[in-house]
Design a binder for this molecule. Structure first.
Ligand code: ATP
Length: 305
């Protein structure tokens, strides 16, 4: 990792509507073996949004995410977190404001029990054990993992580890939570659980950035889709704009979410372009309510004979 970001006196400020919570400019990031992980990237996270990074394997998603809390730093570039410029030798602010849930949950879980693990960061920050325990229990309850507090982290299932890792991040009250492939390896029920937790975190005012190969879920939970290809961000728009752009998806080597495929394959003429199952169902419900079974719409929408 090369740390060439200049030092500068820091003044603390919080993100505002105009100013992103996190902004990154990365001219390039070169790994020690010479591989360029990403290049020419500008990326920002605003208050109260969920951003999904999508892209083929090796397109640079993890590399970008790991820059957001200064786990990685650009060869040339700049990271700002809640208005404060992060320098190579002062990454504590970025680590505090941007909580990172790693894809490999084992690398994050270090203590002998789940409760100890979630308390760890708080105690590290000097909080007395009783207070740390109380806050850790609250964080575990937020992700519905209170029943796991006495378990040995190493023996938890993949989904349970993910939730405990999330609790360990939430307990530190970050402004932004970053999740690297939070649905990888989870069964549909566990994925649903993590989706619900992400929704809850967002409802509590925390912005979320995640990477995923599951475009159905990305369409469902993201306000904004950031498309990566060959280490570069090639698009950054709403789910509807991105997932109905066939040329873009082809360029990024992506297949559209199932709702978009169904809408196209069935030849449905839907002006509003649904991207989620719920939107498609709403459209079909409305259509059946305005037809008489012959497939023809009543001019006045009246379904009675
Ligand atoms: N530690 C590393 N050392 C060298 N090259 C790396 C390292 N980590 C990632 N890369 C390379 O950087 C590029 C971007 O990788 P990255 O892991 O960011 O992609 P990704 O989009 O997250 O991929 P995936 O979807 O497979 O997880 C790839 O070419 C990858 O081989």
């Amino acid at each position: 990792m090369t740390e060439t970001i200049d030092s500068e006196p820091l003044e603390r400020s919080t993100g505002t509507d105009d100013e992103p919570l996190v902004s990154l400019w990365c001219e390039s990031h070169t790994y020690p073996d010479g591989t360029i992980g990403m290049h020419d990237v500008e990326f920002a996270v605003h208050a109260d949004e969920v951003v999904a990074l999508v892209g083929a394997n090796g397109s640079g998603k993890s590399t970008l995410l790991e820059h957001l809390n200064a786990t990685l730093t650009p060869d040339e570039g700049e990271l700002r977190v809640t208005g404060r410029r992060i320098t190579g030798n002062d990454t504590a602010h970025a680590r505090r404001e941007v909580g990172f849930v790693f894809q490999d949950a084992d690398s994050q879980l270090v203590a002998p029990t789940v409760l100890d693990d979630v308390m760890f960061g708080l105690q590290n920050n000097g909080l007395p054990a009783d207070d740390a325990k109380k806050r850790a229990r609250e964080a575990l309850a937020t992700v519905d993992a209170g029943h796991l507090e006495g378990r040995i982290p190493h023996y938890l299932s993949g989904g349970e580890k993910r939730l405990v890792g999330l609790a360990g991040v939430l307990v530190l009250e970050p402004s932004v939570v970053v999740l690297d492939e939070p649905f990888a390896g989870l069964d549909p029920e566990r994925s649903r659980l993590v989706v619900e937790r992400i929704r809850r975190i967002h409802a509590e005012g925390i912005s979320v950035v995640l990477s995923t190969h599951d475009l159905d879920i990305a369409a469902e939970i993201a306000d904004r889709i950031c498309v990566m290809s060959e280490g570069n961000v090639i698009d950054n728009r709403s789910p509807r704009e991105v997932f109905y752009d066939e040329d873009l998806l082809t360029e990024a080597n992506l297949h559209p979410p199932s709702t978009v495929r169904i809408t196209r394959d069935a030849g449905l003429d839907i002006g509003s372009q649904p991207v989620t199952e719920a939107e498609l169902v709403t459209f079909l419900d409305q259509q059946s309510a305005t037809t008489d079974g012959s497939g023809l719409a009543h001019p006045d929408g009246d379904t009675s004979d």
